[in-house]
Ligand binder design. Structure first.
Ligand code: PFF
Length: 445
């Protein structure tokens, strides 16, 4: 039953593939735009460095040492602890909740593959119109595209994740970096380039609202894929002698690098063509197509490659989002793989349809809560509560439920004594407190 092991580079790129997804290219730029740039990015970077990486390593530790689905690993690693509430399925369900909107956005990317071929919009107004038609007025098209995404993810899951994910990521993560670097070189000719860099890196703390801090901290969890057992599931297939610390740093580095690169490119083009940074979820889908259109024929080819790369980045993350649930149903409930994949997929497909209706004219009213659509509500809940809760559970588990000796036995050789002490302190005190602060504050927004 145990999955085959990753190669070391295969693991790093696969975990990076899980981490690098729509969060980096779609969400990070638009929330950076929404919350004012530099100061927001700074909170994000600090959180990744001081909390995110610690939790990432903790989650990898549970996966590697436990070697099983999340619940079984928890039981094996701390047999006397009572984690019934965790078993109730938070690790099993958060990924599916994320997929209810993640898969919808993957569907949008499919649509933009089609737009790339049939004619890219050449002005920001045209691009906005193209996106608005998709976003607000085409529920059936969106449901169809969402369905295609669900089926693709299910097919890969059915075939087993190792060969699919490892192979996809070894090709696609470097390809994505090359595409973004290429775009950055192009964008460097613009006057707006320095403005974009300044927007991303020069903090204006007057723009840093409480909500911005919470979004930044929440997104640092989301982007690193912490707290839902996905990295844990992959880490169960780590080769024996992999240095978890080094692998974790690589994953965090690649993830951050790609997000920053995407942000700089997108804002450079956006400023150059007179767009506003605060464009919400449509930012990438409105600004990028115009950029590509300006490049002429090559632009069409790049657009295709870019959206294809983005689709695969999304899909490889998506696979890692559903896998914990599939693994759990198979190993704990004894379901056949087919049933586990079908059951999980069906669940998030149906709720995904509601998510689409919640943003569609004519359907949205019953699915709107206050000013927020179901889409917004789910996204906010994931960022601000569910993933932080997962993070805190992992921190408390490694920091308190597991024996220090057992933790040391794995990690001391990987990170040395001093770093271990700092990491252990972070896991026991800093991470849980920061996460509590996050969840507490989110309640009052
Ligand atoms: N990290 C992914 C992204 O930034 O798009 C999203 C994600 C994937 C979150 C897998 C959680 C996860 F387990």
């Amino acid at each position: 039953m145990q999955a085959a092991k990753f190669s070391r580079i295969g693991f790093i790129l696969s975990a990076a593939g899980a981490a690098v997804g729509l969060g980096n290219i779609w969400k990070f730029p638009y929330i950076t735009g929404e919350y004012g740039g530099g100061a927001f990015v700074m909170v994000y970077l600090v959180t990744i460095l001081f909390i995110g990486v610690s939790l990432l390593i903790a989650e990898m530790l549970i996966g590697k040492k436990g070697g099983e689905d999340a619940v079984t690993s928890f039981e094996t690693l701390a047999p006397s602890a009572k984690w019934a509430w965790a078993k109730a399925g938070f690790l099993f369900s958060i990924g599916l909740i994320i997929m209810t909107f993640y898969s919808v956005v993957i569907g949008w990317i499919f649509y933009y593959l089609y737009v790339s071929v049939t004619g890219l919009p050449t002005t920001l107004e045209e691009a906005t119109a193209t996106f608005d038609v998709l976003y607000g007025q085409s529920p059936y098209l969106q449901i169809g595209l969402h369905f295609i995404s669900v089926v693709l993810v299910a097919l890969v899951l059915l075939r087993g994740i190792k060969s699919g994910i490892e192979r996809f990521n070894i090709i696609l993560v470097p390809l994505l970096i090359m595409i973004l670097l290429g775009l950055m070189v192009y964008a460097m000719q613009f006057e707006s380039f320095s403005k974009s860099v300044a927007f991303m890196f020069v903090p204006d703390f007057s723009k840093l609202s409480g909500e911005a801090i919470i979004r930044a901290v929440g997104h640092s969890f989301f982007t690193l894929s912490i707290g839902i057992g996905a990295i844990m599931a992959y880490s169960a297939a780590l080769p024996k002698h992999t240095n978890i610390f080094v692998a974790g740093l690589w994953v965090a580095f690649l993830d951050t690098f790609i997000a920053i690169l995407a942000g700089i490119v997108i804002f450079a083009f956006l400023f150059q063509f007179g767009g506003e940074p605060a464009k919400g979820p449509g930012l990438v889908f409105m600004s990028l197509p115009v950029i590509f259109a300006k490049l002429g024929t090559i632009g069409t080819v790049i657009a295709l490659i870019f959206f294809l790369g983005m689709a695969f980045a999304g899909l490889t993350s998506a696979i890692s989002l559903v896998e914990p649930s599939v693994m759990y149903l198979e190993r704990r409930w004894g379901w056949q793989k087919k049933s586990a994949v079908f059951g999980s997929s069906f669940l998030y497909f149906v709720v995904g349809v509601l998510v689409i209706l919640s943003i569609s004219d004519g359907f949205k009213e019953p699915l709107t809560f206050g000013t927020k659509s179901l889409f917004d509500v789910l996204e906010f809940a994931v960022d601000s509560f569910l993933m932080p809760l997962g993070g805190i559970l992992i921190a408390l588990f490694v920091g308190y439920a597991m024996k220090r000796d057992d933790v040391e036995a794995v990690l001391l050789g990987h990170m040395g004594n001093t770093v271990f002490k700092v990491w252990y302190f972070s896991i026991r005190f800093v991470a849980p407190l920061a996460v509590l602060f996050l969840a507490y504050n989110a309640l009052y927004l």
